[in-house]
Ligand binder design. Structure first.
Ligand SMILES: Nc1ncnc2c1ncn2[C@@H]1O[C@H](COP(=O)(O)OP(=O)(O)O)[C@@H](O)[C@H]1O
Ligand SMILES: [Mg+2]
Length: 235
């Protein structure tokens, strides 16, 4: 579904991604683990066209998207849950969801309403708090809102940047349970995580990033047994 081929991305003359090649297969959960600064966020931003790749190509459903503007890419079916949620804290929960649907401005309101009902069913707590400003939500609820907002553009591929960050284990569990439900419904998911244990337990296939490069890859089972992964990432 998504193919990243030999992508290199720079910030000025600092190289953040080096020849990164990976794929996210349709209907699977793929994860990328790596320490802080490894290039995980840069990779997601490059896929979405928020940061330009200097070399290499990105394909989504066999169409090249490398140089397309982010809005086009979202409209084609890729949506992201950014690192640190980045919800609009002054706006209500419901208005945050409405903004997630902006790429579909030509679609009818009834359809957007149905999608809102879908995400409220997925996260009932958001329905209870729909009129509250998003800034008053707990960290876990804000993460749920960020996921719900991303779903409002009806993605085929959902990118998540460190969804577990700063959350209690119980809350993380509940969020991943919802991600598995979405996966069951056919959504393809790509997650980047610093927490290797969570990532490996959740995924079918996993890549390990180190200083802008893919250092290792394999099935979650293979990587859980890999000595280096055990030593460095699973402590
Ligand atoms: N806007 C930026 N300007 C310059 N360097 C950046 C910028 N964003 C990230 N970097 C650098 O790129 C590298 C990768 O960062 P990032 O993609 O955020 O890693 P991760 O998400 O894995 O923590 C780091 O060395 C970081 O300092
Ligand atoms: Mg990051």
């Amino acid at each position: 579904m998504l193919r990243v081929e030999k992508v290199s991305t720079f910030y000025g003359n600092i190289q953040a991604l080096r020849d990164v090649t990976l794929r996210a297969r349709r209907g699977r959960i793929t994860t990328i683990i790596g320490a802080n600064g490894a290039g995980k966020t840069t990779l997601l931003r490059t896929i979405l066209g928020l940061t330009q790749a200097r070399h290499g190509h990105v394909f989504f459903e066999d169409e090249e998207i490398t140089k397309l503007p982010p809005e086009r890419i979202v409209r084609m079916g890729i949506s992201q849950v950014p690192q640190g949620r980045q919800i609009f804290s002054e706006l209500s929960v419901e208005d945050n969801l409405q903004l997630g649907a902006y790429v579909r401005r030509f679609k009818d309101r009834a359809e957007i309403q149905r999608d809102k009902e879908f995400v409220f069913e997925l996260f009932p707590v958001l329905y209870d708090r729909r009129r509250q400003t998003a800034g008053t939500l707990s960290g876990g609820e804000q993460q749920m809102l960020a996921i719900a907002r991303a779903l409002m553009s009806r993605p085929k591929l959902l990118l998540l940047d460190e969804p577990s960050m700063g959350l209690a284990p119980k809350v993380i569990q509940s969020i991943f349970k919802t991600l598995f439900e979405l996966h069951e419904k056919g959504l393809t998911i790509l997650i980047v995580e610093q927490d290797a244990k969570i990532a490996l337990e959740a995924s079918d296939y996993c890549y390990v990033m180190r200083t802008g490069k893919i250092a290792l890859e394999g099935s979650a089972k293979e990587l859980l047994e890999n000595e280096e992964v055990k030593r460095i990432y699973l402590g």
